[in-house]
Design a protein around this ligand. Structure first.
Ligand code: TYD
Length: 375
């Protein structure tokens, strides 16, 4: 793998902690590389998966109305497909707090979720839930009990799996011969276009381009039927995949290492422009907050060296995050009520900018996507 971007020493991006926690914080070098053979962009040496995904996992997929609506629509589409093929089953990999499966019949739905706190939510809702990491062993175990599965779905999960080639082999093993595998993850093409380098954080072991997915799937006898661009998570691609050869040629942008090295210079420029803007606003307005205690913003604060001297607090709607401090830079996370104290905020959750703008119409928002600006 050829390295092309170094985002420096980073803590666990979702590792919000108590302010009085004096235990040693885990840090690692966040370096991203490019595999010239598969064209896959990945983190070189990410933290072990058990450090990231365990019983204290804090992120909830149901945390925004945008995502709740997105998953409801996805479930309704899957439900229609199941009605057209009676007896068929849906398996979700990375079911989190059940925001998608909650719209499906528990008798036809299976969940895979490695974080025990999340797995117990769907289990308590009555869904068969396997608290394991996705791999060929669990695929075989499900195959032995249920037979081939007609619909396999994964949202913002496949890109978390370091051993991605094996993960696709496991899909091939379990998917029915006429089945469909649908998965969606942040898009490399969009990250490249928007300089949204904060999509790169420990959990995102890979950022998928269409080109890399095409190569990795073909290696195991799976084929892209369609790629649908989605607005969610700052620009994602939804891949519709089956065991039949693609009916149309799949078109994609071809990345090379020179382009990526050039792009990383734009990332450095974005950092210095963001700092300049924040200092300017701070000088004029006196106080700046942030909205959205996201993993993405952890990367920005630690890469740019931003702490509570510059951003006083981060507001977040997730109750579990309120009262904690941000990973690495220890900026306090508070309830959105405190936003009435400021008139300018950095948009940590830029992927929800419309929802946030409508909730806080009087707050000026500083964002770095697709370029540094105040909206
Ligand atoms: P997300 O962008 O999905 O985070 P990550 O980078 O970790 O994948 O999470 C959005 C966060 O923003 C989540 O903690 C909830 C919070 N949030 C608000 O505080 N206010 C809002 O209006 C919205 C939509 C989200």
């Amino acid at each position: 793998m050829i390295p092309f971007l170094n985002l420096g020493r980073q803590p666990i991006a979702n590792g919000f902690r108590r302010s009085d926690d004096i235990s040693k914080e885990y840090f690692f070098d966040l370096i991203t590389g490019f595999d010239e053979k598969t064209k896959l962009v990945s983190i070189i040496n990410p933290p072990d998966k058990s450090v990231l995904f365990n019983e204290s996992y804090i992120y909830r997929s149901s945390g925004s109305s945008t995502m709740r609506a997105h998953f409801k629509k996805t479930a309704e589409d899957l439900k229609k497909k199941c009605e057209a093929h009676p007896g068929s089953k849906v398996l979700e990999i990375g079911s989190n707090d059940g925001v998608m499966v909650s719209h499906l019949d528990p008798r036809q739905t299976i969940c895979i979720e490695p974080c025990a706190n999340m797995a117990s939510i769907t289990r308590n809702m009555g869904y068969e839930t396997h608290c394991v990491f996705w791999n060929k062993d669990i695929a075989q175990a499900i195959l032995d009990v249920h037979g081939p599965i007609q619909y396999i779905y994964a949202a913002n999960c496949m890109c978390h799996i370091l051993e991605i080639q094996e993960a696709f082999e496991a899909i091939e093993l379990l998917l029915d011969k006429d089945g469909i595998f649908i998965f969606e993850d942040p898009s490399m093409e969009m990250m490249f276009q928007n300089t949204s380098y904060d999509q790169i954080y420990d959990e995102h072991a890979h950022i998928f381009s269409i080109e890399a997915i095409h190569t990795l799937l073909n290696n195991v006898g799976l084929y892209i039927q369609e790629v649908k661009p989605l607005e969610v998570h700052g620009g994602s691609n939804r891949f519709i995949v089956s065991k039949q050869k693609s009916r149309y040629p799949i078109l994609y942008h071809k990345f090379d290492i020179d382009q990526l090295k050039q792009w990383s210079l734009g990332v450095q420029r974005s950092k210095y422009q963001l700092l300049a803007t924040l200092y300017e606003v701070k000088k004029a307005a006196g106080r700046i907050a942030a909205i959205g205690a996201t993993s993405k913003s952890t990367v920005i604060y630690n890469y740019c060296g931003i702490d509570s001297n510059l951003i006083e607090f981060i507001s977040d709607t997730t109750l579990e995050k309120q009262g904690l401090v941000s990973p690495g830079k220890h900026i306090p996370v508070v309830s959105p009520d405190r936003l009435k104290e400021v008139d300018t905020a950095f948009l940590g959750a830029w992927n929800f900018s419309e929802e946030i703008k409508s909730k806080h119409p009087n707050i000026k928002l500083i964002t770095h996507v697709p370029r540094i600006r105040i909206i």
